[in-house]
Design a protein. Structure first.
Length: 186
């Protein structure tokens, strides 16, 4: 059994960036999740309900890995359909799971209606004892305090090598050893 793999879904690139950075740091495989439809509106609406379009067959079977890192965005306070469909399909094959999202909601607003805390709760509900840790990378961390008040800025900012520094980098640097250390537990 291999140690670790990163699976991810991303619409506008921030979670692709984060997933690639994680797979580089963890030196592990990475695979994109492809929903059966990539039409954004149906995907977003279905994310609000408890059913989704399903995902296409994966190249790497999650059952072959000790640790799964699942990465993706938050839409409308929901565990988005591609990630939820992944978890529903493979939850019994998952040994242990880290759930990671680059999202719009800040730590302060995580409990608000559209905050990431609800998504973490849903992940825990779905995966029970398999979930080890959930981590948010609020996109506002790469903006100034003033810019963080501007919802348009929040929605239009993408993670990149140019802005991945400071607090968001520190958060990343703390997460990687958490995953690596659990990796060493057989
Ligand atoms: C339609 C839509 C709805 C969103 N709703 C939320 C939300 O409810 N909570 C949140 O934290 N972020 C929300 N976001 C922000 C995204 O989670 C954030 O922009 C994320 O970094 C996008 O990831 P991606 O570039 O990998 O697709 C929303 C973004 C879009 C496009």
């Amino acid at each position: 059994m291999s140690d670790c793999i990163v699976y991810y879904y991303s619409k506008t690139g921030s979670n692709t960036f984060l997933a690639k950075k994680l797979s580089d740091a963890l030196q592990c495989k990475i695979e994109q999740i492809h929903p059966r439809t990539n039409l954004f509106f149906p995907l977003m609406i279905l994310s609000r309900f408890s059913f989704g379009p399903g995902i296409k067959r994966l190249n790497h079977d999650p059952a072959n890995y000790k640790t799964i890192v699942l990465v993706g965005p938050v839409w409308m306070g929901s565990l988005i359909a591609p990630l939820r469909d992944f978890l529903k399909k493979y939850k019994n094959s998952i040994n242990r799971l880290f759930f990671v999202c680059c999202c719009g909601s800040s730590d302060v607003k995580k409990e608000d209606k559209f905050g990431h805390a609800h998504v973490f709760e849903k992940v825990r509900e779905l995966t029970g004892s398999r979930i080890v840790h959930c981590e948010a990378f609020p996109i506002g961390l790469v903006l100034s305090e003033e810019e963080q008040e501007n919802s348009e800025m929040i929605m239009n900012t993408r993670l990149s090598n140019d802005n991945f520094s400071g607090e968001i980098q520190e958060r990343f640097d703390k997460l990687v050893p958490k995953i690596l250390n659990i990796e060493s537990v057989s």
